[in-house]
Design a protein around this ligand. Structure first.
Ligand SMILES: Cc1cc2nc3c(=O)[nH]c(=O)nc-3n(C[C@H](O)[C@H](O)[C@H](O)COP(=O)(O)OP(=O)(O)OC[C@H]3O[C@@H](n4cnc5c(N)ncnc54)[C@H](O)[C@@H]3O)c2cc1C
Length: 517
């Protein structure tokens, strides 16, 4: 490889509207029974019994709805009950809720009568029991970095912010595991021990939480080496809609004692239970890591190189791509300098670790032009070209963000054809593609010129379905993709989903507008 030093600037973290102080989450292995005597919760429950005798739910004079039927305010007594559980400063109403009601892209906006911020599992249980009794739908929210509109109150739901459940337990060195509250950020888990790391690496890690990452089964930049968030789970603690706490945090690697509900909750998008803590495996921190960014002439060549790296580089950690379209936007708007002396049609970022990594990557890249980095700072600069791509479309407008995957044999057709199927239905649209090439995953970010009325999703998802792929590789279904789920899942599968959902949440309290019921 013709190597150049890495250049550019490190990315900024995404915003973090809900972060608040330190908390008192229960700790590893400690189940918190919701109906155990607890003065705060009991007091709230007794208030509750008096105030929440409104089933079936009707809109009383205290509970006002707008013209669409959304609940705009809650009765004062109900707000006081919530405050009795979590403390008055942690029930937000009015303008104070604004940051919780809009997503990171700005595309999904809603309204909530209240944001409730419990500090531990017992408070989560009491809040959920209260809301279920009152017939109030609830949207759980972590770092609010989700990209499919699943964590914002689009239909006037109560917001349950989990960011105060931010206690990180001590690292268990023998097991290489840690127990983290749902509100702990992925970066905090990754920083917990100098010799150990979290297998998951995503650009939003400074804000994305453990609860949100489990709920979305987050993927990211190292899935080919360590798997998605589900593969990091060694146990979970969660609260059902009626306030029942289920807890299985012992961290056993082998444990065939019935249904694996931690795995079921991974990717459940807040529809089955509220995750309050997770037991996570940690992986050895990578050493002797080399990052290379190579310019290539097209997506065929890029895919062939990535597949070769998967086969021939034993220490391969990441194989990522972006194209000149996205790079040009970041150079123009984000202050990044081009990574290579000459332009390329597409760019392949490979990272490998361990002895021989440099030689192995050089063998794959051959005499193509490449920037190579070995120090942490230089590698971060190279990664910024890939990690800032989720921001690129946002410089041009409010984006439609799609995240799809296909079998390896169809990847080139997907990556090279996605822009065309979009411009067929919206000739003025800008289309930026990037993503995780070795996972068959392409992020298709669209800045529409025509109205964002579903035509873009329709075009891309139909194309993906025709290639035998998935309409959601890693972001989930959320509100964005719910109308298209039938493209990816059969009638029988969706009927099974509905049965699971009504078994865990029969009152439709949890995220009722996410995933079709
Ligand atoms: C710049 C950027 C880069 C990204 N890169 C990636 C990537 O590479 N790979 C990837 O997979 N994702 C990526 N994402 C998407 C996002 O960061 C992940 O989906 C993340 O896991 C969401 O975590 P969160 O805490 O922000 O969850 P939120 O956005 O708050 O919520 C997401 C969903 O989980 C539910 N939820 C949240 N907390 C809980 C809980 N405690 N219990 C039950 N349900 C809950 C919500 O109701 C919602 O449906 C990226 C986002 C951004 C902004």
């Amino acid at each position: 490889m013709r190597a150049h030093a890495a250049s550019g600037r490190v990315h900024a973290d995404v915003s973090d509207p809900g972060r608040v102080g330190v908390t008192a989450w229960g700790g590893a292995g400690q189940a918190v029974a919701p109906r155990r005597p607890d003065p705060v919760v009991d007091q709230a429950r007794s208030v509750l019994k008096r105030t929440v005798a409104v089933r079936p739910v009707t809109l009383s004079r205290n509970r006002r709805a707008d013209e669409t039927g959304r609940v705009m305010t809650l009765p004062g007594a109900l707000l006081r009950s919530l405050a009795g559980i979590v403390g008055e400063p942690h029930v937000l109403t009015g303008d104070a809720t604004a940051g919780f009601a809009v997503d990171w892209t700005g595309r999904f906006q809603g309204h909530t009568p209240a944001v409730v911020r419990p500090r531990d599992t017992a408070e989560v249980a009491a809040v959920l029991a209260l809301c279920t009794d009152a017939g109030l739908p609830v949207v759980p929210q972590g770092g609010n970095t989700g990209l499919v509109g699943g964590g914002v109150p689009r239909h006037g739901e109560v917001m349950l912010s989990l960011t105060r459940l931010n206690q990180l337990g001590p690292v268990d060195h023998e097991a290489a595991q840690v127990t983290a509250g749902a509100g702990v950020t992925l970066q905090q888990v990754a920083d917990a021990d100098p010799g150990l790391d979290l297998g998951i690496l995503i650009a939003s890690r400074g804000s994305a939480t453990v609860g949100g990452a489990v709920a979305t089964n987050a993927g990211g930049l190292r899935v080919l080496r360590f798997g998605p968030m589900r593969a990091q789970l060694r146990g979970i603690e969660a609260v059902l809609a009626d306030g029942t706490v289920v807890s299985h945090l012992a961290g056993l690697v082998k444990d065939n004692t019935g249904y694996d509900y931690p795995s079921l909750l991974a990717g459940s998008e807040g529809t089955l239970a509220v995750i309050t803590a997770a037991r996570l495996r940690l992986v050895p921190r990578l050493r002797d890591t080399v990052t290379a960014l190579a310019g290539v002439s097209g997506l065929d060549e890029l895919h062939a190189l990535a597949r070769r790296a998967v086969r021939e580089v034993p220490g391969l950690v990441s194989a990522e791509f972006f194209t000149r379209t996205g790079l040009d936007i970041l150079v123009a708007h984000a202050g990044l300098a081009p990574p290579l002396p000459g332009p390329a049609a597409a760019y392949l970022l490979l990272e490998a670790s361990g002895p021989g990594a440099f030689g192995d990557l050089a063998g794959v890249i051959g005499d193509r032009e490449a920037a190579v980095a070995e120090s942490a700072a230089d590698r971060a600069r190279l990664w910024s070209y890939r990690e800032r791509h989720p921001e690129a479309a946002g410089f041009l407008g409010v984006p439609v963000k799609l995240d799809v995957s296909v079998p390896a044999a169809q990847w080139v057709r997907l990556a090279s054809g996605a822009a065309d199927v979009v411009t067929d239905v919206d000739p003025g649209a800008e289309v930026i593609t990037f993503g995780h090439v070795a996972d068959g995953n392409v992020h298709v970010n669209i800045v529409p010129a025509a109205p964002a009325d579903g035509r873009h999703e329709d075009a891309v998802f139909s194309f993906v379905a025709s290639l035998g792929g998935s309409i959601s590789a890693e972001h989930g279904i959320g509100a964005l993709k719910a109308p298209w789920l039938a493209l990816a899942r059969s009638d029988a599968e969706r009927a099974l989903f509905a049965r699971i959902r009504s078994a865990l949440d029969p009152t439709a309290t949890l995220n009722p507008n996410v995933l079709p019921r």
